[in-house]
Design a protein around this ligand. Structure first.
Ligand SMILES: CC(C)(COP(=O)(O)OP(=O)(O)OC[C@H]1O[C@@H](n2cnc3c(N)ncnc32)[C@H](O)[C@@H]1OP(=O)(O)O)[C@@H](O)C(=O)NCCC(=O)NCCS
Length: 188
């Protein structure tokens, strides 16, 4: 099986409009905490704050040279040696091809290797079962169940909190790397 060519590059000014368009797609917003239509003004405030915040980092996921999604780190804390993360592929057409698995591996390696942090964590709506299971397959453990944590569409939703310690990754890395190699990726 030949692997997709996946690259993560820094978000720049040229991505401003694209990110609003993606975030307003029902297939993206349904998995986020808020799903109202984001206006240009609201988006501009978010975009400017996001790029100026040293505790956050944003990357565009490119598949075969085309921008297809967004990955980010948040709450980067040197003091507590941890950060949070999230990501999405904008179009369902590019999901299920192993792109997400590559991004997951890349981000974990970046956080522990390049940034030198010791914990990566995230929150996932409980109904997004495919995603919290995907995280667990990379060694994340469920650390929290936040009940009625988010209101969407007038309904309360439960949220799963997941964490991956540097030591967990030492245990899970080999099998995760092997799965990516099986998908055709060349991983060092
Ligand atoms: C999360 C997301 C980025 C995953 O990317 P992806 O490219 O679709 O995932 P992959 O193709 O790499 O699949 C990785 C694994 O998850 C499994 N998986 C992915 N999506 C799945 C789904 N909807 N149902 C069941 N399994 C799924 C795959 O079977 C695969 O398992 P394997 O490694 O054993 O083969 C993508 O589905 C997405 O953008 N979802 C919407 C946004 C979202 O929910 N983001 C997370 C919020 S924090």
């Amino acid at each position: 099986m030949s692997a997709p060519h996946v690259v993560l590059r820094d978000v720049g000014e040229a991505d401003r409009t694209r990110l609003r368009d993606w975030r307003n797609l029902p297939d993206v917003s349904r998995w986020m905490y808020s799903d109202h239509e984001i206006s240009p003004a609201e988006h501009d405030r978010w975009f400017d704050a996001a790029l100026a915040d040293p505790a956050r980092r944003y990357w565009i996921i490119e598949l075969d040279g085309e921008p297809v999604g967004l990955a980010n780190l948040a709450d980067i804390s040197r003091e507590h040696r941890r950060c949070a993360w999230a990501y999405y592929l904008a179009s369902p057409a590019v999901r299920g091809k192993g792109v997400g698995a590559f991004v997951e591996f890349w981000m974990i390696e970046h956080v522990f290797g390049v940034l030198g942090l010791e914990k990566l964590w995230c929150e996932v709506l409980i109904e997004n079962e495919a995603v919290w299971k995907l995280h667990e397959s990379f060694g994340f453990r469920r650390e929290a169940l936040f009940r009625r944590h988010v209101w969407k569409g007038g309904e309360p939703r439960d949220v799963v909190g997941l964490g991956l310690l540097k030591d967990d990754w030492a245990q899970a890395r080999a099998a995760s790397r092997e799965r990516l190699i099986q998908k055709g990726y060349a991983i060092a």
